[in-house]
Design a protein around this ligand. Sequence first.
Ligand code: ATP
Ligand code: MG
Length: 159
Amino acid sequence: PAIDLREWLTQVVSQFQERAIAQSHPIDLKMGDRPLFVRAEEDLLRQALFNLLDNACQYSPPDTPISIRLYSKLRHAAIAVEDNGIGIPSEDLPHIFDRFYRVDLVRRPQHGSFGLGLSIVAQIVEVHGGTIGAASAGDRGTTFTLELPICAASPAKIH
Ligand code: ATP
Ligand code: MG
């Protein structure tokens, strides 16, 4: 079904903020004021966003902000999740969407970490015909950008 990502994100972010892991990070949600429709299974897409937000919280120091931006890029809607955490070394970036891949096992929290979250995100994005990418500037944090095709059934812009 077609969903407006603005409404959907507002709802999903407030659901995430009720979780324990979210309590230690302020989340800043930025988006434009025009609806942005995509075709999506809401539950799957929520799982993907929650996995990205779990990571953003887990791999950044307490109280550092996480920003979520929604914007349009030609025929795609983009959701960028940016943290101010420990970052991902460039040599690891090509592998982080692989199943069971975890960076630098010594430094990372061991409990409850399987290296599966991002592989699930990648699969969910793929079934939606979208893409996911990651960029990191050393220890200045990481940005994950998820892109989904804008739905052709979007209501025409009112002039
Ligand atoms: P889980 O299955 O519980 O999600 P995980 O978090 O280790 O375990 P992924 O979410 O797939 O697994 O992430 C893979 C690895 O990528 C992580 O172990 C971590 O090293 C790195 N990583 C993921 N997101 C971030 C982030 N926002 N900042 C820094 N490192 C990250
Ligand atoms: Mg994870």
